[in-house]
Design a protein around this ligand. Structure first.
Ligand code: FES
Length: 182
């Protein structure tokens, strides 16, 4: 039985489970299996044509209309004024349906894009600052590296020793239909 399984069987869950897992990790045992195995209670995601889809507890019904309760929506005219774009995606496409679910994320062109649990679009590099592994995900309203457990705030501040170098985050804008990372 792994430490994760033991703690789960002992009744720990959520933040308490995370705190216990991270507090008792040895230097030679930095992998936090709970997160690499089951963020949101499922597998880490599948990779198709360069797009990794984050798993969420939400229901993805493949809707083709962009979510309407997203905060910070700007006009299409304002969106079109942004010139230094790193990425532009059509949120109405089924391809990006996970970005219409609060808590969902996708990895596109080495950028992790998420719709936070508070319905704000956020983006960060997929490459960790601890070692250059491309294993960043959105988890528990933080950026989290599944390689060795580095944690970062949504603004890129390091939250533990492996995350102390911080993380590059990007600006995101949307008119509700098109999303731009810049
Ligand atoms: S590469 Fe080590 S925590 Fe990300």
């Amino acid at each position: 039985m792994t430490r994760y399984e033991f703690l789960k069987s002992a009744g720990f869950s959520g933040a308490a489970l995370m705190a216990l897992l991270t507090s008792c990790v040895r230097e030679d045992d930095k992998y936090v299996n709970a997160l690499t195995v089951a963020p949101y209670g499922s597998t880490t995601g599948t990779k198709t044509s360069g797009i990794t889809t984050g798993t969420t507890t939400g229901t993805n019904n493949g809707t083709t209309t962009a979510t309407s309760n997203v905060s910070g929506i700007i006009t299409t005219e304002e969106l079109n004024k942004i010139t230094s774009t790193k990425l532009k995606i059509d949120l109405t496409s089924k391809t990006y349906a996970n970005l219409q679910i609060a808590g969902g994320y996708m990895i596109i062109s080495n950028i992790v894009i998420a719709l936070s649990k508070t319905n704000t679009y956020i983006a960060a590099t997929v490459t960790c600052s601890h070692e250059p592994k491309k294993q960043m995900i959105y988890y528990n309203n933080e950026w989290y590296c599944t390689a060795h457990g580095a944690r970062f705030s949504l603004t890129g501040a390091g939250l533990n020793s492996n995350g102390r170098a911080g993380l590059s985050v990007y600006k995101v804008a949307t008119d509700g239909k098109t999303l731009v990372v810049y």
